[in-house]
Design a protein around this ligand. Structure first.
Ligand SMILES: Cc1cc2nc3c(=O)[nH]c(=O)nc-3n(C[C@H](O)[C@H](O)[C@H](O)COP(=O)(O)OP(=O)(O)OC[C@H]3O[C@@H](n4cnc5c(N)ncnc54)[C@H](O)[C@@H]3O)c2cc1C
Length: 284
């Protein structure tokens, strides 16, 4: 397996990639033009390199969703997206109907383009020392014009890979109310998630949204606070190993589905929980 690292000043990333078990070779393309992360700049390199490979795999994140359809069009191949399990060289499992069913795709193509949901796979071991080789690339200017990058700031763990996620719903009532969710998350070193209703109401930023049209998460523990459990939200949390739900409504779908359910008012339960964690000096 070879890994491609594209960017500028990414020697450190390439070194980390070379340490991943199973990697034969890391190929690195560096140019200031890649800093815009424009798919138009990356696709030509992948298309050139594709010749020598039977499987080309990327993450089903924002970059993968941008790059792989373009690459597929260029190579005239059908991509298989959001893969959650690999059953064989040409048999892949992926969710359909907003995650309510899984389908097995058997691809008859000679070359396979896959985007995978990283959270569905175990992390690879380290300790490898693969070779790192530069890749020749041509002009990386594209028709797209880079205007600005707006990156979200914060030191909370990444939602897609966090071990614990604390999620809040629209019932927090305000951006200030959402701070309760963030306070609990901070004590548990957890990532913060939100429902689309909470995001639409302006209580939480867009990139915290979990669900069908948000992030897919697979933490060891998901604490869902004031979240009803709509199908579109559940589509994003199916990989959670354990779920704790806190809700005033004993009939809420998430209360019924959770491993541990607490029927109560979040404005009483969460401050009490935080106070207890503080009293016991518990902080991850
Ligand atoms: C095409 C499409 C895509 C969508 N994609 C997504 C998605 O990606 N992610 C997503 O989350 N949603 C998505 N939705 C929206 C989804 O259908 C729900 O509307 C949304 O998940 C509901 O969010 P919620 O649980 O915060 O709100 P509600 O459903 O209104 O639930 C609020 C819950 O809070 C409880 N509650 C109220 N007060 C308190 C209190 N004081 N303490 C404790 N509990 C309390 C209530 O009992 C209720 O269960 C999508 C919808 C569509 C149509």
């Amino acid at each position: 397996m070879d890994l491609l690292v594209v960017g500028d000043g990414v020697d450190g990333v390439a070194a980390e990639a070379a340490a991943i078990a199973g990697v034969h070779r890391v190929r690195i393309a560096q140019d200031a033009g890649f800093l815009t992360q424009s798919a138009g700049a990356v696709v030509p390199i992948l298309a050139d390199l594709a010749e020598g490979y039977t499987h080309i795999v990327g993450s089903a994140g924002a970059v993968g969703r941008d790059v792989f359809p373009r690459l597929a069009a260029r190579l005239d191949l059908m991509p298989v997206t959001d893969v959650v399990a690999v059953l064989g060289p040409n048999r892949f499992v992926r969710p359909i109907y907003a995650g309510n069913a899984l389908e097995t795709v058997v691809s008859g193509q000679e070359k396979h383009l896959l985007t995978i949901r990283a959270s569905a796979f175990r992390a690879a071991a380290g300790g490898n020392e693969a070779v790192i080789e530069p890749v020749d690339h041509g002009d990386v200017t594209t028709l797209a014009k880079f205007i600005a990058a707006h990156r979200s700031q914060g030191d909370t763990p990444d939602l897609a890979t966090a071990q614990i996620v604390v999620g809040g719903g629209v019932s927090v009532g305000s951006p200030e109310g959402f701070k309760l969710i963030e306070s609990l998350a901070a004590r548990l070193s957890a990532a913060v998630g939100a429902t689309r209703a909470a995001v639409d109401a302006g209580y939480a930023p867009n990139d915290w949204q979990v669900g069908q049209t948000g992030k897919i998460i697979a933490p060891d523990l998901y604490i869902a606070i004031g979240i009803s459990g709509a199908l579109q939200h559940l589509a994003g949390i199916q990989g959670a190993k354990k779920i704790i739900a806190i809700n005033t409504d004993a009939e809420a779908p998430l209360i019924k589905l959770a491993d541990v359910s607490l029927v109560g008012d979040l404005f009483e339960v969460i401050p009490a929980l935080i106070a207890e964690l503080d009293r016991l000096g518990i902080k991850r």
